[in-house]
Design a protein around this ligand. Structure first.
Ligand code: FAD
Ligand code: 2HG
Ligand code: ZN
Length: 470
């Protein structure tokens, strides 16, 4: 693009969204063109903040006519490089689109614009006496549009499903600027292909989500939370099996290693271990009380002690302790970033294969260079393991990434035989493009490419994410 064409494009963008909603200042663009990964080159042409679906549509149409690529951007908490603009793209940030319609208490739905934060939707539901089920530590920053585009999983998937399960309807702006209204509030609608599903988890490669209708539910029964100290990884799956067989309604089943725990204690303000003696693993278990407020947690923990799978356990006795226990899990990501250079994996396995996989994983971990700490945690009740490689901050960032990649490759190579996934919930983005073939067949990837070509023949919609065009 010549500089005259560039200036013309900027003037046209300003004309659509207003002068103050176009950013071209390089320092600001370094932030706006990046997500949480911070390891990829960032080099956007501009960033724009449309205030309505019509403005998103006009921006998209303009970019389409000029064959300028775009990167949709939400709260930029993504962990796969999906919102990174590294090739003179226009970043389209939905941060001004934050309207939430009044909650529908009969049908249990709420409609909102895509720039609303996850937490704002939780709060709107709660203020109406209802509940929005998606929950993740990034909720204060992540947007509903980003949650939809990544099909976010989070801390409560075991009970309520992921983002896909919360979406009833969507409005999407397609790469040519046309508006596709699939924003129905129907619970049941078997009228041909369910097209909205294509856009959930597409990482912004097929269109821009501008509005959604989300499913709400009655507030859950009172829940109890415990943190359980565990000797051996295999005891974690035993705890899950026993909890299932006891008929517990599990609302969260998370785990972390003592290495993760130590890093949180070091970096998260006010963090304290709830145990006198540290253990190799910890489970965060949240269960609903039975009808009539009868505690399920206490008899369950007794059973776990009896079965010898629990070294020690604490139950949160009040809301402050509840928050404190959760923060031991929720603060891991931020604490790891404070600790050193980080490379992240987000894999999933069939739950009954976890023990066998972990044994093989530990063999690989033992072979890793000594200055790479391997930190394990995640939504283990969903078979979702977060593996973080952490290197000393004093070391060279690029050398660390190369060394961690080598360990990661060996661990990824274990996945196909378990039919595991290289990305459970964070997506492929730029980070895992090379590894897509480990979890998806050639036939599946070709079909994905066909869908991409159909919806985005000009190839301007978040190009280079998930896969490259042939
Ligand atoms: P962004 O990072 O801005 O973008 C993510 C992707 O979505 C990009 O490909 C972008 O192009 C696309 N996109 C954004 N908005 C739109 C739109 N309106 N239309 C189309 N495409 C769009 N993830 C989980 O699944 N579970 C967790 O438990 C979890 N915990 C986290 C905890 C922390 C501390 C952090 C930092 C991240 C965590 N994440 C988790 C990852 C991240 O929060 C999720 O992927 C989230 O859904 C991203 O939302 P966002 O608005 O920040 O999206
Ligand atoms: C979580 O579960 C997030 O806390 C982040 O998905 C995981 O930092 C990570 O690897
Ligand atoms: Zn997670």
């Amino acid at each position: 693009m010549t500089s005259a064409q560039g200036s013309q494009l900027m003037a046209a963008l300003r004309n659509i969204v207003g002068d103050c909603n176009v950013v071209t200042e390089p320092k600001e663009l370094q932030v706006l063109g990046c997500d949480w990964t911070k390891i990829f080159t960032v080099d956007p042409l501009a960033a724009v903040f449309p205030g309505s679906t019509e403005e998103v549509s006009a921006v998209m149409k303009l970019c389409h006519e000029n064959r300028v690529s775009v990167v949709p951007s939400g709260g930029r908490t993504g962990l796969a490089g999906g919102a990174v603009a590294g090739n003179k793209e226009v970043v389209i940030s939905l941060k001004r689109m934050t309207k939430i319609e009044p909650v529908d208490r009969v049908g249990l739905t709420v409609q909102c614009e895509a720039g609303v934060t996850t937490q704002a939707v939780q709060e709107a539901a709660s203020a109406a006496g209802l509940f929005f089920a998606l929950d993740l530590a990034a909720k204060g920053s992540s947007h509903i549009g980003g949650n939809i585009a990544t099909n976010a999983g989070g801390l409560k998937l075991i009970r309520y499903g992921g983002m896909r399960e919360q979406v009833l309807g969507l409005e999407v702006v397609l790469p040519d600027g046309s508006i596709l209204d699939m924003n129905s509030r129907l619970r049941k609608n078997n009228t041909g292909y369910d097209l909205k599903q294509l856009f959930i988890g597409c990482e912004g490669t097929l269109g821009i989500v501008t509005r959604a209708t989300l499913r709400l539910m009655a507030k859950p029964r009172h829940v109890q939370l415990s943190c359980i100290a565990v000797r051996d990884f295999s005891d974690i799956t035993k705890i899950l099996t026993i909890s299932n067989m006891q008929g517990a309604t599990i609302t969260a089943f998370e785990f972390f290693t003592d290495v993760a725990h130590g890093i949180v204690l070091q970096h998260a303000q006010g963090a304290r271990t709830p145990f006198q003696q540290r253990a190799p693993f910890y489970v965060i278990l949240e269960v609903e009380d039975a009808a009539g407020g009868v505690s399920v947690m206490e008899p369950l923990l007794e059973k776990l002690y009896e079965e010898g799978v629990c070294l020690d356990a604490v139950i949160a006795q009040n809301s402050a302790q509840f928050k404190e226990l959760w923060s031991l899990r929720e603060n891991i990501t931020e604490s790891l970033s404070a600790h050193g250079h980080v490379r992240k994996n987000d894999i999933s396995l069939p739950i009954d294969m976890l023990d066998a996989f972990i044994r093989e994983l530990m063999d690989e971990v033992a072979k890793a260079p000594k200055d790479i700490e391997v930190v394990l945690f995640g939504h283990i009740g969903d078979g979702n393991l977060h593996i973080n490689y952490v290197g000393p901050r004093s070391g060279d960032k690029n050398k660390f990434q190369d060394a961690a990649r080598k360990v990661e490759e060996r661990i990824f190579a274990l996945l196909p035989k378990y039919r595991g996934s290289v990305s459970a919930e964070h997506g492929i983005g730029l980070l895992k493009k090379k590894d897509l073939g480990l979890s998806r067949s050639e036939a599946e990837i070709n079909l994905m490419r066909g869908i991409k070509d159909l919806l985005d023949p000009a190839g301007i919609m978040n190009p280079g994410k998930i896969f490259d065009r042939k």
